[in-house]
Write a protein that binds this ligand. Structure first.
Ligand code: XIL
Length: 365
């Protein structure tokens, strides 16, 4: 399929495999200076336009601010639509959000996110089916047979994927199966379904929507590490058995100044690509110990550039997605006390040095 994208002010055609128009940078506002005005600088070219010219999607999480009806919500949504070509569903499609009780599906926020994405020619990542967190207690606290849990999961995956078939093309199927010591976690899913639960989840997803791109997701697997090795070995053996895994999503939760080296990132990305997988950086954020200083912001700008570069040098890496748009809506401060300022725009929606750094990199500067 061919869709429009803007390069150097011209709308040109490019191939896109995800969503008609999702690669488009042509939806952004056209700047026209007032007659005679030679002083007003044009706004920067949106990241989505620059990323499209490099054959990449650039995405962000929806977050709680997406749901707000006030001016902050309006600002967030317009920034999201202007700068990004992909949205990630954040909490909207997690089991506990969708299924507060057994017989109930709460689709309203996911529906509104998908409609928003379509209105702004954005691809959508759906997140997540099998994860050890954010599951409802009616599920994890119930006493089920293995067959019953299998049937609940099948019903869940089939219902959700069928509803969004053709609209959500990218799905996070299994999230964070390894713990921080590279040992497979014992979870509700592994205990209920047995050691083949990962394979089962991917096969159910494949059966529910044969057109979807199915991702295995984890964190701390971006560079060289025991966890990256364990993940590589597990996925390799699953693929050898024909399990339908199409991509690896690396969450990219980093601390300023503590990234894997560019060489290690490129080496690790290359070995996953050699398995035939797509690679996407998802949930990217690079947090710092507060207070914010100019030095930390400068290091953060360098660090963002390192991660975006790792994707740009890997042809299988076609998307980089942030864990949020701005520091006013980030999971970091409540999860890592004393840390924050992890995203590209600050809590007042001012672009940070990291934004300029990413923008320059994508522009080839
Ligand atoms: C986070 C959300 O952003 C928070 O709002 C929520 O309270 C906790 O979960 N890895 C994941 C994400 O896969 O789903 C998590 O999201 C962050 C870590």
């Amino acid at each position: 399929m061919s869709v429009g994208r803007r390069v150097g002010g011209l709308c040109v055609l490019t191939a896109a495999w995800l969503l008609p128009g999702a690669f488009a940078g042509c939806g952004g506002s056209d700047f026209v200076a007032p007659p005679g005005d030679t002083t007003t600088p044009p706004p920067p070219t949106p990241l989505r336009t620059l990323a499209a010219a490099r054959g990449r999607y650039v995405g962000a999480a929806t977050g709680g601010t997406f749901q707000r009806a006030d001016a902050t919500g309006t600002t967030l949504r317009s920034l999201l639509a202007r700068e990004f070509s992909m949205v990630w569903s954040g909490n909207f499609l997690k089991f506990s959000t969708l299924r507060p009780s057994a017989g109930e599906y709460q689709f309203q926020w996911a529906d509104s996110m998908v409609a928003f994405a379509e209105a702004h020619q954005m691809a959508v990542r759906g997140h997540v089916f099998v994860w050890h967190n954010q599951n409802p207690t009616w599920l994890t606290g119930g006493s089920w047979t293995s067959a019953q849990v299998d049937s609940i999961l099948q019903d869940h995956i089939t219902t959700v994927m069928s509803r969004y078939r053709g609209r959500i093309r990218l799905w996070d199927v299994v999230n964070e199966p390894f713990d921080d010591d590279a040992v497979l976690r014992t979870t509700f899913w592994s205990t209920s379904l047995g050691p083949d639960y990962i394979e089962r989840a991917f096969r159910l997803a494949r059966a529910a929507d044969t057109t979807a791109v199915l991702f295995y997701v984890d964190y701390n697997i971006e560079g060289r590490s025991a966890k990256a090795d364990a993940t590589y070995n597990l996925i390799g053996s699953l693929l050898a058995r024909g399990v339908p895994i199409h991509g690896i999503a690396m969450q990219g939760h980093f601390q300023v100044g503590r990234l894997p080296s560019a060489e290690d990132l490129a080496w690790n990305f290359a070995r996953f690509a050699a398995l035939g997988l797509k690679i996407q950086i998802t949930e990217l954020d690079i947090r710092m110990t507060l207070p914010v200083t100019a030095e930390k912001l400068a290091q953060q700008a360098t660090d963002y550039r390192t991660i975006f570069t790792a994707c740009l040098v890997t042809s299988a890496c076609d998307a980089i997605e942030l864990a949020g748009v701005y520091d006013g809506d980030s999971w970091v401060p409540s999860t890592f006390p004393g840390e924050g300022s992890a995203l590209l725009w600050d809590a007042s929606f001012a672009a940070k040095p990291a934004y300029t750094s990413v923008s320059n990199l994508l522009a080839g500067n």
